[in-house]
Design a binder for this molecule. Structure first.
Ligand SMILES: [Zn+2]
Length: 196
């Protein structure tokens, strides 16, 4: 079976055009620092501070572009515990009823009543890659990790789309637990049995 590259996603934030202008000023546009694995997606040079409902400050969180229909803060469970955020595990874009936060930019603040999540484990596939791996959009699979702290991670959501490119996205907590770095490879498994 072909291996799947891993991308470890650090904490980051997505913003709407309207929120970007509140945070950085009218007419402001994001500037590209680095392209990401998914076509059209990029890490911006711009960073903002994010305050939890309990007043703890997560400073210098990078914005990922382009702007989106809803603002969203993606953190790890470790961040949520340390900085006192409410953050359910969600797929990107599914922010209804998720945690609140205040976004703080150089020119203004935005109160988000929802939008703070811990991103689910997911794999991006192009349509061709989905066919090659025999998976369909929204299918749940597992991945097998090798190395010095190996294991199997379940509940990994497959996302198949013409604009996607093969990459398994895990947060920094999963990455640290399994000693995984961006660029490492994992194996896709659809079912398995544990032998006692
Ligand atoms: Zn994201």
């Amino acid at each position: 079976m072909k291996k799947i590259p891993v991308g470890i996603s650090g904490r980051h934030v997505h913003v709407t055009k309207e929120h970007l202008e509140t945070l950085f000023g009218e007419g402001y546009e994001l500037t590209i620092m680095k392209d990401l694995s998914q076509p059209g997606q990029y890490a911006a040079n711009e960073k903002i501070d994010i305050m939890s409902p309990e007043g703890k400050l997560l400073a210098g969180v990078r914005i990922l572009g382009p702007v989106r229909p809803a603002s969203q803060v993606e953190i790890s469970r470790s961040d949520a515990l340390r900085f006192k955020f409410v953050a359910p595990v969600r797929s990107s874009g599914d922010v209804k009823g998720s945690g609140p936060a205040t976004l703080i930019g150089p020119k203004g603040k935005v109160e988000l009543s929802e939008g703070v999540i811990i991103a689910d484990r997911h794999i991006h596939f192009s349509v061709e890659e989905g066919k090659a791996f025999g998976v369909t959009d929204r299918q749940m699979v597992s991945i097998k990790v090798g190395g010095i702290k190996p294991g199997i991670l379940d509940n990994v959501l497959c996302r198949v789309h013409p604009n996607f490119r093969l990459d398994c996205h895990l947060d920094t907590d999963d990455g640290s637990a399994f000693m995984l770095n961006t660029g490492d490879e994992v194996e896709l498994i659809k079912s398995y049995t544990i032998n006692a």
